[in-house]
Design a protein around this ligand. Structure first.
Ligand code: 0RA
Length: 658
């Protein structure tokens, strides 16, 4: 690892101001040299991380009850603007002789806010600091309105272009803002990401909009306005219902059991617990948990408290109301979570984030606090709405019976030894390699394509599993049906890692699982079904980045001597021009592959399977909500929302069909 060093011997003897400056530059230079260490990557994800860094600071002000509104604007000139009516970044002189503003903008991790009263965010995923945004922006401008004075400081690639200046008052600070918004204090930030750093400079409306919507749900009463000057669009997010609105939104394309979500909003000691839950008529569990607005994807004590409350209060209520007879066994945790959509949001003064990803809440006392609040909320709701209770318990009982059936089906398969990998399916052409890290499985649609793939592959490390015929829609099916499907069972056996509660990623036989299907509607449909299967039943495979989609070509453009393959019409045109230009022979032929079956073994190898030349798309799941929504809409029971979704969001569907 190389680290650029400032001339430290001299720096130590220089004045403290210079020493401090050099340290500052060292810090920001480190960020510019290794941006990935601070924002994860320099692709679209990293670019948007800059947006979250700035907006999260404003949201922290809202969480501390200091800000009521945030305006985010994607400017036509490539800058992003964020305005809030929070306290404003402090501008007074700091012990280093610089303004607090300059320190916050130029020193890594100089957060240090919320001395008292508010919820601070410590050790979480977010909060590498606004100075990181500054270091990675070709230009940044911060305007602070405090005590009716407007203070401005500008930066280039992290370096201040002069000290903070006082340049006016309230009128100047609010110039260009919504005329109805008369701020008396707040922060306004503009930044232009540095083109030397980022692979893309394109702020994505959908990405930012989804995140702003989520932030508005988690901070009820906060108004977030998002605008895009490039397209002249605007969206406003404001949810008086808080996480109740969030849950309704998540379930909006599904049939629901309790039309009014069960809602809890309690302040206990200094911890705020806000929870909403609503059952739908599908099977998946969708519980989103947040601590101080941070999405705790690995759960933690708040989720543990919620689960304990749900299981025990539903059992208690169902016994008391007679919905569950004395003879019947208690409902299990799994039974009460089928078809459950819930959002858990806790706000606490000193959150401890644990685990490798720091995405798990560790504060032990939160479990009991959440458990008490949620128990009380559920009991009260069911007493007031017994019909909701009966529908929910009925659903849990169905889940319990189905689980029993699934267990029997699974035991049957396990007894046969199949899931242990002892009897690999006959259709599988396995590879010689035994190290999963070097083994690839191609799941190929259609028998003839399967044949070409078997001939064309490198059998040392590539295995082929052909699949054909109608595949089961796993979104609609429970594990017992999934396991008895003769399309899915060979796949589960070939993968070797089991399924459901017994799934063990360590036993997975291939670390590259490649979906290969025709580039047409049917192919896309099969890919979608397989993606849904992996997402619902083996999400760890996606999480580990083991799932890929192949990119077979659509066209072959050839002069007889030279051959080019194209995966789009644009590529076909380019290849055609290129070959007609240098080709002295005039006969350029264009062949359109209608399906994989039309390619011979060599062509399939050259274009799609050869690691040297192929393109594989790695499947990534964006936010859990987005993925869940997409799958439930595309594969679920309700036709209407699917039609609306496909019409309204054709772009997302295309992404899914890749
Ligand atoms: C440090 C201390 C305080 C607020 C902030 C930073 C702050 C930062 C940003 C970034 C965007 N908007 C912001 N709003 C506030 C607390 C100030 C105080 O106690 O007066």
């Amino acid at each position: 690892m190389t680290v650029e060093r400032a001339p430290k011997a001299r720096a130590a003897k220089a004045s403290s101001y210079n020493a401090a400056s050099i340290q500052v530059l060292e810090g920001l230079t480190a960020v510019r040299k290794r941006p990935g260490m601070y924002i994860g990557s320099t692709d679209a994800r990293g670019l948007h991380q800059l947006v979250w860094e700035v907006v999260d600071n404003s949201i922290d002000e809202a969480m501390a009850n200091q800000a009521t509104r945030i305006d985010v604007t994607i400017r036509g000139d490539g800058r992003l603007e964020v305005v809030d009516d929070g306290r404003g970044i402090p501008v007074d002189r700091h012990s280093t002789g610089k303004s607090a503003l300059e320190v916050i903008m130029t020193v890594l991790h100089a957060g240090g806010k919320f001395g008292g009263g508010g919820y601070k965010v410590s050790g979480g995923l977010h909060g590498v600091g606004i100075s990181v945004v500054n270091a990675l922006s070709s230009e940044m401008r911060v305007e602070v309105l405090r005590d009716s004075k407007l203070h401005v400081q500008e930066f280039m690639r992290g370096a201040p272009q002069g000290a903070v200046k006082q340049v006016g008052g309230t009128a100047e600070a609010n110039r260009g803002l919504d005329p109805g918004w008369k701020r008396t204090h707040g922060t306004r930030t503009f930044f232009h990401p540095d083109a030397e750093i980022f692979e893309t400079m394109d702020f994505n409306w959908d990405t930012i909009s989804t995140r702003m919507r989520e932030s508005a749900y988690l901070n009820k009463g906060l108004w977030i306005r998002l605008r895009d000057e490039r397209t002249d669009t605007e969206k406003n997010f404001f949810f008086q219902g808080g996480v109740t609105s969030f849950v309704r939104h998540l379930n909006r394309r599904r049939g629901v059991l309790n039309s009014r979500p069960i809602y809890v909003d309690r302040l206990i000691d200094s911890t705020n617990v806000e929870v909403a839950l609503q059952y739908n008529d599908a099977f998946a569990e969708n519980v989103l948990a947040f601590a101080n607005n941070i999405h705790t994807i690995d759960g933690g004590t708040h989720v543990a408290g919620f689960r304990a409350a749900l299981t025990s209060s539903l059992n208690t209520w169902s016994r008391k109301s007679g919905t569950l007879s004395e003879k019947e066994a208690n409902l299990s945790g799994d039974d009460v979570r089928e078809g459950l959509t819930a959002v858990i949001s806790v706000k606490l003064t000193d959150p401890q984030f644990e685990g490798q990803t720091k995405a798990k809440l560790g504060n032990a006392d939160i479990k009991g606090i959440v458990q008490n609040a949620v128990t009380e909320g559920i009991v009260q709701h069911l007493e007031e709405n017994p019909a909701d209770g009966r529908r929910i318990i009925e659903k849990c009982l169905t889940a319990a019976r189905a689980r029993e059936a699934a267990r029997k089906a699974r035991d049957l398969v396990i007894r046969k030894g199949a899931l242990e990998g002892m009897a690999l399916p006959g259709k599988l052409a396995d590879c010689q390699e035994r190290d999963p890290a070097r083994s690839e499985l191609y799941i190929v649609e259609g028998d003839s394509a399967g044949g070409s793939a078997k001939q064309g592959r490198d059998r040392r490390f590539q295995a082929i599993l052909p699949m054909f015929g109608k595949m089961l829609n796993v979104e609609k099916a429970r594990l017992d049906r999934v396991l008895s499907s003769d399309k899915i069972r060979p796949l589960v056996i070939a993968l070797g890692a089991g399924i459901g509660e017994t799934f063990d990623i360590a036993k997975l036989r291939y670390h590259r699982i490649c979906l290969l299907s025709d580039a047409d509607v049917d192919g896309a449909h099969i890919s979608t079904l397989l993606l849904t299967f992996f997402y619902r039943h083996m999400p760890q495979i996606i999480d580990n980045g083991y799932l890929y989609i192949c990119q077979p070509p659509l066209y072959r453009v050839s002069t007889g001597k030279v051959t080019r393959y194209a995966t789009s019409e644009q590529e076909r045109e380019t290849a055609l021009k290129e070959l007609s230009r240098d080709g002295k022979t005039k006969n350029v032929t264009v062949q359109r592959f209608k399906g994989l079956g039309e390619m011979n073994a060599d062509q399939l190898w050259d274009t799609t399977m050869n690691p040297e030349t192929r393109t594989l798309l790695r499947v990534q799941v964006g936010t859990a909500e987005a993925a869940d929504e997409m799958f439930s809409t595309l594969m679920g029971e309700h036709v209407e929302p699917r039609r609306d979704f496909i019409r309204g969001e054709a772009r997302k569907v295309r992404n899914l069909d890749i």
